[in-house]
Design a protein around this ligand. Sequence first.
Ligand code: ZN
Length: 149
Amino acid sequence: MENLRELYQQVILDHNKNPRNFRKMEHPDGFAHGNNPLCGDQIDIYLKLKDGVVEDVSFDGNGCAICTSSASMMTVALKGKTEAEAKALFDSFHHALTEDTAYPDDIPLGKLEVLKGVKDYPVRVKCATLAWHTFDAALRKFQGDISTE
Ligand code: ZN
């Protein structure tokens, strides 16, 4: 268990040090700014959709290690997913970080599993889910729903 924790730690540190898809995007289809005042995390999420599929997703901004690595892993996980699959993954991920019970639909989290450890640190849950909430906001803005936020 200790080794597993260390491995998880390494994956998180790696994504924090070398964040994937860390760049501004020209002419995104969707864009949203995410802010986590509890920690000071500030990130922007950009996305491109084609025929309902996430063609590209990127982020920039300033976040703590958990926020940055979670955003980095999210961009990797979401590319090529349909909007419905992206939402389902977000639900499953959010559930894994906030609930003790197994997620009913059992959607595999893949590498996102490494972030499950933050469940023991409620303050950190917001850091880990900020990118996802922001992605969700960007998607809803793209779909014309501006009543949120
Ligand atoms: Zn944070």
